[in-house]
Design a protein around this ligand. Structure first.
Ligand SMILES: [Zn+2]
Length: 296
């Protein structure tokens, strides 16, 4: 009996000390209006706290509230790239922090510059910096005077996974991905032995995502274009065939499809068929506020 109780207590300890990780989709849509979805945004919940934000496009701010997320619980914001549908609600989030107990440093990561886009550090300065920012009245979040300070980090082009942030058992890695002429990165969030990889917008030309996502518990891939897309769309985004190929190469345990647009909505059966040519694991199409348990 004593032995049984000891085993039971050991089992409970193991079960209850497991980190509880959930992925929540805030925005499952793209930049067009009419999809009735917020633009790209995700939260990683760790033990009930909204710790990591990935992208924050239009409509994400309202979804953030609806999800019950708290800015004071955020450690990191990961921007896959600086297009409007991935960043537009950022000023709203920063302003909302004034009415909360948020304090300390909030780290923002994002890609480097090229001739089409500023670096992430420049981007944040152009938004908020004293005297020159579009919302310069929020410059106190950069100059040390507000209780919440934004600490921006630009990620240089990297074709191998690069660890950009660690805290306890949390590790965040990034890799460059091809999104037409726009600098873009994919992220992998590892928490203990569980992991979520976020493709962001990309078309697969750099062949980097499969390496980053290797054996991920969940891969969030952007389903922005349908089968047979050519031209500009194919330079910017993965067709379902490419998504399936990468998911299979990376042997991910689950595939979540997001960034759904009018051109892919309603074509889920067709997209699934193409993905299934390569990837046989579990697959789900995301909606705003969808939640996924991250478990091996
Ligand atoms: Zn996008």
């Amino acid at each position: 009996m004593k032995k049984y109780l000891l085993l039971l207590s050991l089992f409970s300890t193991l079960v209850f000390t497991q980190t509880n990780i959930r992925l929540q989709v805030l925005g499952s849509g793209g930049p067009e209006s009419g999809d009735k979805r917020a633009s790209s945004a995700y939260i990683v919940w760790i033990d009930g706290k909204s710790r990591i934000l990935i992208d924050f496009g239009g409509g994400a701010s309202l979804r953030f509230e609806e999800a019950g997320a708290k800015i004071q619980d955020l450690d990191v914001i990961l921007l896959t790239h600086l297009h409007v549908d991935h960043t537009a609600d950022l000023p709203a989030l920063v302003k909302s922090s004034f009415f909360t107990s948020a304090s300390g440093q909030l780290h923002i990561f994002g890609p480097d510059e090229n001739k089409f886009m500023p670096s992430t550090e420049d981007f944040i300065e152009r938004l908020f910096e004293n005297d020159k920012g579009a919302w310069q009245y929020l410059g106190d979040h950069l100059d040390g005077s507000a209780s919440l300070q934004l600490k921006t980090h630009t990620i240089e082009d990297t074709r191998k996974p690069k660890v950009v942030y660690t805290l306890g058992n949390l590790r965040i890695s990034a890799i460059s991905v091809h999104h037409g002429p726009i600098p873009a990165v994919a992220y992998r969030v590892d928490i203990g032995n569980k992991s979520i990889t976020f493709s962001g917008d990309m078309n697969g030309d750099y062949h980097t995502l499969g390496t980053l996502a290797k054996n991920s518990t969940i891969l969030v891939a952007h389903n922005a274009v349908p089968k047979g897309t050519k031209g500009v769309g194919a330079k910017l985004h993965m067709t379902p065939d490419i998504i399936g190929d990468i998911a299979q190469e990376a042997e991910v345990k689950k595939l979540v499809l997001s960034h759904r647009m009018l051109r892919t909505l309603g074509r889920e059966t067709e997209s699934t068929k193409d993905i299934r040519k390569h990837y046989k694991g579990p697959l789900q199409f995301a909606n705003d506020l969808s939640i996924y348990r991250v478990k091996n």
